[in-house]
Design a protein. Structure first.
Lengths: 128, 128, 128, 128
């Protein structure tokens, strides 16, 4: 299959819940950036994470050809972890077209809550 | 009504929960690909499912003219079932325009959680 | 404000839960089509509802200028109600640009579940 | 990073739940407009809130350069608060490109429910 999607994606509402109920890892509160690379070349991906009161931080990921990556954002540690309990946003830049969807599982209360959205695919003509 | 939508759609976050609580089939944990074919011709649809650690698998579906199909992804068996508890993504290709929306019902805990998103409509000029 | 949005929108996953828990009307299971008409002219809106095994049904709505309408889909009765417990899809056609978002509140279990998505804005060049 | 996104965004389904369960502020029922300003210039933002039975109300916000803002809509007070328990919609206008995502946390019952969607990015050619 040819590569499909866009090279830049944006999620504006990131928030890693601070605690969990139920057995790990299935019910651990988390957020995941799900990235599909449907094409024949591996994707080098940069995540730029924005905060309300500090400078952005960049993370590097890699998605093999014809594979998906479900990356839990709380598992990122290099160069530093994303703090739970704080609002953030992130921009995904890839060197080949990919598709990005963001999901939060919140198990802070007795029953979990789940929410997802396809990220916003930024197009060149919309950038300043 | 003329056909409406796009011929290629993408969902990056697929995950079939591994168990359920509450009476079946209403509260069975599941994911559904909901496909509207508003036009006058039947739609031949191919689902290509991508995984993190294995090659993609293809499934064939058909949506009659002027009908919707709410396809539970865990019900697909030909050529093989999608394993629950694993992250996946999928691409929908149709020979006529359709609209695709993806929904997950997770009833692994005492109260169910539901999440939905319109899929990403891939456009020709975005492909590599 | 000038009118904003598109004249055709699509939701592929409609499903009105069959029962509810908790006090009505806040916790009644329901689905709502939320339609913003930001412009200076009233909107005449047609909802075409598609099913899996029967012909489509049309409903007429009206959204005043500079107003929003949060229409519970289970409240529609003319020409006939949408049956709960069945999968459906719908297309929204408006004579002026509007924006459509679809929300489901499912209170069939002890705690409610909520999910929402912006509808798919159909563009002319994508239609067959 | 250059600015990314669009200058106008729309959410059609706003509804601030009327009460909450669990400790504040984490489990207070709320809706948030999450706005990413990835660019090098601060964003002056206007929120125009539409109702079902009254005239629109405007609010002013500011998002610094390279920052995100997670604005709880129930915290707005100038010129007047958005009443809980009422359906509303809103349009976001920014003088520089931003990305907007809307999230509702509903903790009126024993377990919270969460839902989110990327807002609708209005493009010039779609306006009337």
């Amino acid at each position: 299959m040819p590569a499909v999607g866009a090279r830049r994606w944006v999620i504006a509402d990131g928030y890693i819940p601070e605690w969990s109920q139920g057995p790990a890892p299935e019910f651990s509160s988390h957020e995941a950036a799900c990235i599909l690379n449907a094409g024949a070349d591996p994707a080098s991906v940069r995540l730029t994470v924005f905060f309300e009161d500090r400078d952005p931080v960049e993370f590097a990921l890699r998605v093999p050809a014809c594979r998906t990556l479900h990356q839990r954002l709380g598992d990122l540690t290099d160069p530093e972890p994303i703090p739970p309990g704080l609002g953030y946003s992130y921009v995904v830049d890839s060197d080949v077209p990919v598709v990005v969807q963001h999901t939060r599982l919140d198990s802070r209360q007795a029953a979990n809550a789940v929410t997802t959205t396809i990220a916003y695919p930024a197009r060149e003509e919309e950038d300043a």
